[in-house]
Design a protein around this ligand. Structure first.
Ligand code: G3I
Length: 326
């Protein structure tokens, strides 16, 4: 019986997940979650703008649905996320707060979410996307006000309020190419550890392409490159996860392009299976119908494992084959 997560379990790893937006009108999504996934990442519901739209005014209606969904269906949740520059309300980013006040705002936010979802979050993305592509720190209200200490401070608060069993992650994109950014992620792991603070893993988002597109000149790297990138942080004693996998192309797709994409998904899965501390993989959505890509990169997309009619694409078989590569 084909199932992504059952094969992943056979490979001795923890999970296969999907980004999830709960849509009550799409029954196929629910069936696919049941059959193929044992984990999900709430696509937007736990972000700052969704949970604390104004200061100390918390709105949990949407996020609570995801917590309940996980409990009901016995799924892991990769909780996403505490500290990010994006989908951050203007009251935080333009508030003009001094260092001390901003740290207090950060603690209050982390404390409130971590406590509320203590028994459902398997992993938390504690800090998301702190790096520029050249490996330096991205300018944001966090970095510009607090400096690089904002990272260990965020992880210290997370550790204080989450369950001991919840794994704490740093998460970023373009870490898959062994660029300066990969080295930046390794530097972050060391920085957090140098403060004596717990970090359990690094998330490699893996928003990749199967061919050159205007948004990205470099297609998905070869398997060795991917493995080396994963080891750049896992060798430091943390777990690694592909957290947001999709492999986009210039649309429309053709059978030939779908084959190239399937091969890319296979390499990604193989690289995870080849690295001992790669504990799981999450794809960033189920059907091409709802992917974030066409809205952000026009004329690109078709990046997921199911097409817009919920038919399994060659990418599904490629991904499964990669998982079963050992
Ligand atoms: O819900 C509103 C709707 O009411 C409104 O009419 C509509 C008009 O624009 O917007 C809707 O909100 C959108 C939301 O997705 C829900 O669909 C936002 O505009 C849109 O910006 C938001 O996009 C999300 C994006 O993060 C924002 O940065 C995507 O769904 C989500 O897939 C994407 O996920 C990110 C990860 O969190 C971090 N890594 C990169 C990844 C892809 O960008």
């Amino acid at each position: 019986d084909d199932s992504l997560y059952k094969s992943m379990k056979k490979a001795g790893r923890s999970f296969i997940g999907t980004a999830l937006t709960i849509r009550t009108n799409e029954t196929r999504e629910q069936e696919i979650v049941k059959a193929d996934f044992n984990s999900f990442t709430p696509e937007n519901a736990m972000k700052w703008e969704s949970t604390e739209p104004s200061r100390n005014n918390f709105t949990f209606e949407d996020a609570d649905r995801y917590a309940a969904y996980a409990k009901k269906n016995k799924l892991q949740i990769h909780c996403h996320n505490f500290v990010w520059h994006s989908q951050l309300p203007a009251w935080v980013s333009n508030g003009g707060f001094d260092n001390k006040t901003l740290i207090a705002i950060m603690e209050n936010h982390i404390k409130t979410l971590a406590t509320r979802y203590k028994d459902v979050c398997t992993r938390w993305d504690v800090v998301n996307e702190a790096l520029n592509d050249n490996g330096t720190y991205r300018s944001s209200v966090w970095y510009d006000t607090i400096g690089d200490a904002f990272l260990p401070i965020a992880f210290r608060f997370a550790n204080k309020y989450v369950s001991k069993n919840t794994e704490l992650f740093y998460n970023d994109y373009n870490l898959e190419y062994n660029s300066n950014k990969t080295a930046g992620a390794a530097r972050i792991v060391k920085l957090i550890k140098s403060y004596g603070v717990r970090i359990n893993g690094v998330g490699y988002q893996a928003h990749l392409t199967s061919e050159a597109t205007s948004s990205s000149p470099s297609p998905t790297p070869d398997q060795k490159t991917l493995e080396t990138a994963l080891r750049a942080t896992s060798d430091l004693g943390v777990d690694v996860v592909y957290t947001e996998v999709d492999v986009r192309m210039n649309t429309p797709s053709t059978p030939a392009k779908l084959k190239v994409q399937a091969d890319a998904f296979e390499r990604i899965a193989k690289s995870c299976i080849a690295v001992k501390r790669c504990i799981g993989m999450t794809v960033w959505g189920i059907s091409d119908k709802y992917s974030w890509i066409p809205g952000v990169f026009p004329s690109e997309g078709a990046a997921l494992l199911w097409d817009d009619k919920y038919v399994k694409k060659p990418a599904y078989s490629g991904f499964l084959k990669g998982i079963e590569s050992r």
